[in-house]
Structures are given as structure tokens and as C-alpha cells.
Write a protein that binds this ligand. Structure first.
Ligand SMILES: [Ca+2]
Ligand SMILES: [Ca+2]
Length: 281
């Protein structure tokens, strides 16, 4: 009886301890999130209607229906929390995949300048910019690059966003009106992309693991022009780029091939692959 009581008390203490650690971790995450939201300077300019730029680049925005469909297809990647975590630590995804957001144009240079700050753009376009962009691109509304426009630019980076101040320009000239977009990593890029099932038609028993698209298409229905390809090991689901093996082929046009003779160990691991297709297929 006494022994049972002691076991129950230890189990209770362990549970409390675990629960405490989880709470601390989750409040730390929330703190990080808040800091990210509040860490940028702000502009006093009023938001400008972004409808025009949406129309200009509709190919890169996805409808709600597409997003819902995507959620149904792969619930493991559906929550916004996971999307944020994925961008902080994109180790589960092929890091060679990047995508651009839509173009944003929230301000014009009529007052003190053109303030396309990341902080304001985030607030005015919730969920449309990944937490940690890889790059920023700015162009005038007429399509000129920053260099071609010739303005003196105050800020143009992935932490501040873009700022062109009229007071920095020579001969009292005003800034051009710019729009900006950001480059993001997966899983942010998955929006509007529908992944196929995983395919594993070969194993590395002979010359290597040949998961070639043309061969797979003979057996399965796969879209004509996949946008992305994803390869993981069949046993541990380790992304191909983290296995340290050398690949003979790894692209969405041809598929994936790992040849045994290219490896220092003399043998590839067994991989399975899937393709990212446009959702209207
Ligand atoms: Ca602008
Ligand atoms: Ca295989």
C-alpha cells in the first residue's frame, strides 16, 4: 500500500513538472511572436488600397477555396502556428524552394516619402508575408528597378522593408511611388500548391534509387508540369538534402535519382518523392 502511494506521488510530481515546462515553452513562443510584431518602427501614413497590385499578380495569390482544399489534403501542414515554426526553422522542408509574395503598395510619396515598411505591411496584410523573408524586391509602379529609378533610398532590407524619403532626394525631387514584395521559404510557399501522394517505385538494390517522373507518370496520375519536388527517406522521412548523399537528379521536371556509385558509402538510402502541382489540376 505504502509503495503504491509513493509511486502515485512521484507520477504526480513528474506530470506537474512536464506541464510546467510546456507552459513556459509556449509562453516563450508567444513572447517571441509579440516581439517580432512590435520590434519594427512605424509609419503614420494611411493604408492605401492594395487592390490594384493584387490584380497585377493574381497568379501568386491563392483563393480561400484553394487554401481549404490544401488543408484537407495535408492536415499536418495546415495550422498557422506550424507555418510560423516552419519559417523560423525550415529544416523539415527543402530550403531551395522559395516563392514571392504578392506585390504591396500601401503608401505614396505625396507627404514625406514612400513608406513601405515591413511592420506596417504585416499589420495591414495579416498572414500574407512570411515571418522571416529571405529577400525583398522593390519596383516603381511603372516597373523600374530601384537602380533604374535613380532615387536615394533610405531603407531597402528584409527587416525594415522599403523607405524612400523625399528629403533625401536631390533638387527637391520627390521619390517615385514603389511597390514591394518578399521572398519566402516553405511552408509559406505551399499555399496554392497541391502535393501528390508519396511515390516509391524503386529501391537502391541495383544501381541506385530511380524515382524518375517519366516512369512514375506511366503508373500514376501526376500533373504535367510539377512546380516542386520533395524527396525523403522511406524509413525515417529524413529530407533528402539532410542525408549528406549526392543526387544525380533532383528537380520537379525530371524527378529524383540517387546513384549508388556517387556515394562514399557505395549505396544510397531508399527515397520516396512527391510533387507539388498547381491546385487546379
Ligand atoms: Ca508606394
Ligand atoms: Ca525509392
Amino acid at each position: 500500500m505504502m509503495r503504491l502511494l509513493v509511486v502515485a506521488i512521484i507520477a504526480g510530481l513528474l506530470f506537474e513538472n512536464t506541464y510546467g515546462v510546456d507552459s513556459a515553452a509556449s509562453s516563450e513562443k508567444q513572447k517571441d511572436k509579440n516581439e517580432l510584431e512590435n520590434s519594427r518602427g512605424s509609419s503614420s501614413k494611411k493604408p492605401k488600397d492594395n487592390k490594384g497590385s493584387k490584380e497585377q499578380d493574381s497568379s501568386e495569390s491563392s483563393s480561400k477555396e484553394e487554401k481549404n482544399e490544401r488543408k484537407k489534403q495535408d492536415s499536418s501542414e495546415s495550422s498557422s502556428k506550424e507555418e510560423e515554426d516552419g519559417n523560423r526553422k525550415p529544416c523539415f522542408y527543402p530550403i531551395n524552394i522559395r516563392c514571392w509574395t504578392e506585390w504591396f503598395d500601401r503608401d505614396d510619396p505625396s507627404a514625406s516619402g514612400d513608406w513601405e515598411t515591413l511592420c506596417r505591411l504585416r499589420k495591414e496584410n495579416p498572414g500574407k508575408i512570411c515571418p522571416r523573408p529571405a529577400a525583398i524586391e522593390a519596383k516603381t509602379l511603372s516597373g523600374l528597378t530601384v537602380a533604374a529609378a535613380g532615387d536615394v533610398i533610405y531603407k531597402n532590407d528584409i527587416t525594415s522593408g522599403f523607405i524612400c524619403r523625399n528629403k533625401d532626394q536631390i533638387k527637391k525631387k520627390k521619390c517615385n511611388d514603389y511597390r514591394v514584395r518578399f521572398s519566402c521559404y516553405p511552408p509559406f510557399c505551399d499555399r496554392g500548391v497541391c502535393w501528390t501522394s508519396w511515390f516509391n517505385r524503386d529501391n537502391p538494390g541495383a544501381t541506385g534509387d530511380w524515382e524518375v517522373l517519366s516512369e512514375l507518370k506511366k503508373q500514376y496520375k501526376i500533373c504535367d508540369n510539377p512546380l516542386y519536388v520533395d524527396a525523403v527517406t522511406t524509413d525515417t522521412m529524413t529530407p533528402a538534402i539532410y542525408t549528406g548523399e549526392t543526387f544525380y537528379m533532383y528537380n520537379p521536371t525530371d524527378g529524383f535519382v540517387c546513384r549508388n556509385k556517387d556515394q562514399t558509402t557505395g549505396k544510397c538510402r531508399d527515397y520516396k518523392i512527391r510533387f507539388g502541382c498547381p491546385c487546379n489540376n
